[in-house]
Write a protein that binds this ligand. Structure first.
Ligand SMILES: Cc1ncc(C[n+]2csc(CCOP(=O)(O)OP(=O)(O)O)c2C)c(N)n1
Ligand SMILES: [Mg+2]
Length: 353
């Protein structure tokens, strides 16, 4: 902060600027993946975007209870990381978790039912957007407590190691959550116990309305890993292949007993913190610059340049995602509300309806 009486410093924070830019080489290669794999990454991101756009529209109609934090703009992270996991790995996320669930293979119909508070939702309508979980896929849940995913994910990694299982646990969390004391406790424990944990920080530069430099001296959150004694890497979180490559390395290290990694993905949320937040605290030039780095069109351009698919084939993927989400919304709305008799059920495991 500038001393009193002086003009406030205003660095150019646009992502490609010399002063405040990411300093990342975003020119990722095709990583030797076959066309099907590349298209599945594209499809994954497109489905997440379509889900979020549908959720946004439905929320504004006033039929969805609670708060919704959209993942639009950050899709490359969920798609890139989830592509590297095995079926029995664990995943925990934050309040901004729809994308992680979809990338894990969960059914958008049951997700919309959950968001509408209906009985066919993953938590029978009682978890909602911020506490949705899909235990059948090792998805231990979204969480409204900022930073909770870090600790729950560390616990899951401990459980895997204690039982001698080859499972990896991945926690997704925001930049601001890394200032919680519990973050440091969890990462320190993961380090000394060499847990099979992967920590994925989705650095969208804001914790609610506060910019990173307002609450942290560090530029790269990945630097925090050095203080625990394990690797921290920074990647362009809008480049699905760069994210995937970092995740491959971290997951391989974790699964082979090499301990944790912190991956910091620099990214941008397209909307406000939650639906209804107009994000007037953001610099319009910075926002515009980031929108040009939208992970979906930039990956699409690469797929076209590499001859992986035609315009028409990619358009078909987009149309299919739209149709799938229309159907999922309709399914969610048609599902009944849970009966009143279930009101207190599910608090304890034995009591699960
Ligand atoms: C323990 C706790 N403190 C504060 C809040 C209020 N809160 C909700 S979201 C949020 C900001 C989170 O920012 P970040 O971790 O960067 O995630 P992002 O929303 O940017 O994805 C805060 C402070 C909370 N839910 N839980
Ligand atoms: Mg943030």
């Amino acid at each position: 902060m500038a001393p009193p009486g002086t003009a406030p410093e205003k660095p150019d924070r646009t992502p490609d600027s010399k002063e405040g830019g990411l300093g990342l080489d975003s020119a990722s290669q095709d990583a030797g993946l076959d066309c099907e794999r590349l298209l599945s990454l594209f499809r994954c991101m497109v489905r997440i975007r379509a889900f979020e756009e549908h959720a946004h529209k439905e929320f504004l109609k006033g039929e969805m209870p609670g708060f919704l934090h959209l993942y639009s703009g950050e899709e490359a992270i969920a798609a890139g990381v989830m592509d590297t996991l095995e079926d029995d790995d664990y995943i925990v996320t934050s309040h901004r978790g729809h994308g992680h669930l979809l990338a894990r293979g969960s059914d958008p119909k049951r997700m919309f039912a959950e968001l509408f508070g209906r009985v066919d939702g993953y938590c029978r309508g009682k978890g909602g957007s911020m506490h949705i979980a899909d235990m059948s896929r090792g998805f231990l849940g979204a969480n409204g407590i900022v930073g909770a995913a870090v600790n729950i994910g560390t616990g899951a990694a401990f459980a895997a190691k204690y039982r001698g299982e080859k499972r990896v646990s991945v926690s997704f969390f925001g930049d601001a959550s890394t200032n919680r004391g519990t973050f440091h406790e969890a990462l320190n424990l993961a380090a000394i116990w060499e847990l099979p944990a992967v920590y994925v920080c989705e650095n969208n530069f804001y914790g609610s309305a506060n910019y990173q430099s307002d609450y942290m001296k560090l530029k790269d959150i990945a630097d925090r890993a050095a203080s625990y004694g394990f690797p921290g890497v920074v990647v362009d979180g809008n480049d699905v292949l760069a994210v995937r490559a970092a995740a491959v390395e971290a997951v391989t290290r974790a699964r082979s007993g090499g301990g944790p990694t912190l991956i910091e993905c620099k990214t941008w949320r397209h909307w406000g913190h939650f639906i209804g937040d107009m994000a007037r605290y953001r610099d319009p030039a910075e926002h515009e610059a980031w929108l040009k780095r939208d992970p979906i069109p930039s990956f699409k351009a690469k797929l076209l340049a590499w001859g992986v698919a035609s315009e028409n084939e990619l358009a078909q993927i987009e149309e299919a995602a739209e149709a799938e989400m229309d159907e999922a919304v309709a399914y969610g709305k048609a599902s009944p509300f849970p009966p009143v008799s279930e009101l207190t059920a599910g608090v304890y495991k034995e009591d699960r309806p």
